[in-house]
Write a protein that binds this ligand. Sequence first.
Ligand SMILES: Nc1ncnc2c1ncn2[C@@H]1O[C@H](COP(=O)(O)OP(=O)(O)O)[C@@H](O)[C@H]1O
Ligand SMILES: [Mg+2]
Length: 255
Amino acid sequence: MALLELKNLHVALEDGTEIVRGVDLAIDAGETHAVMGPNGSGKSTLAYALMGHPAYEITDGQILLDGEDVTELEADERAQRGLFLAFQYPHAIPGVTVTSFLRSAINAVRKARNGGEDDPVPVKEFRTELLGAMERLKVPRELAQRYLNDGFSGGEKKRVEILQMAMLKPRVAVLDETDSGLDIDALKVVAGGVKELVGPEMGALVITHYQRILDYIEPDFVHVFVNGRIVKEGGPELAHELEARGYEQFEEVLA
Ligand SMILES: Nc1ncnc2c1ncn2[C@@H]1O[C@H](COP(=O)(O)OP(=O)(O)O)[C@@H](O)[C@H]1O
Ligand SMILES: [Mg+2]
């Protein structure tokens, strides 16, 4: 049984327009999958639907997490079960520091795993883990006390998202277009964080338009996504083929 399984997933916008048109995908622990597709193909729609964003309706198919059908669950319930999404455009939360945000997120997951009873992470344990993760991921110390994403550069936002991932220890991490606008240093931090965390406890889905991030992350499987469907699948070599030949070869499927 795969860690995350999508079965014939269809997703529509609020006005009923179908964007994702039947996706089958299975991700196991220890695996990194890349979904690559042109702009407007529905990659972010797929990511939002996985996380349970209310603006994206799953009209057919199923999402299974560790064998449990989570298709009808709310976003927070999916997060508590170990789904994590790094957004293409992270939102700022003025008034909430990175540290307090991380502590709340961790405590919400701990509470859910403790049968709904509060089980706050001990202060010292949290601090030790946070400082260690910041060091490893090269997140500047001063970011911890700043308001989440408020005035952060693109690179800082991404580092803090990878920090969230490291602290939350999800079962499946979905990274949507994490590479857009990143300099090489930030890209290496993101890739390093993914590589460090993917293992017996975690699998990853890396969604991207460009092959660039895949030079650092090295996916096990590549899925080409055009017009709401997976049109070709293969190993890492497929990413290089796309880099050389582009998505035009699949354009006949652009109905
Ligand atoms: N919230 C939304 N409201 C209206 N249209 C949307 C919304 N989200 C996505 N779309 C449309 O769905 C299509 C796919 O978009 P998106 O999933 O962002 O593609 P990608 O991430 O591959 O670039 C686009 O035509 C986009 O305009
Ligand atoms: Mg997108």
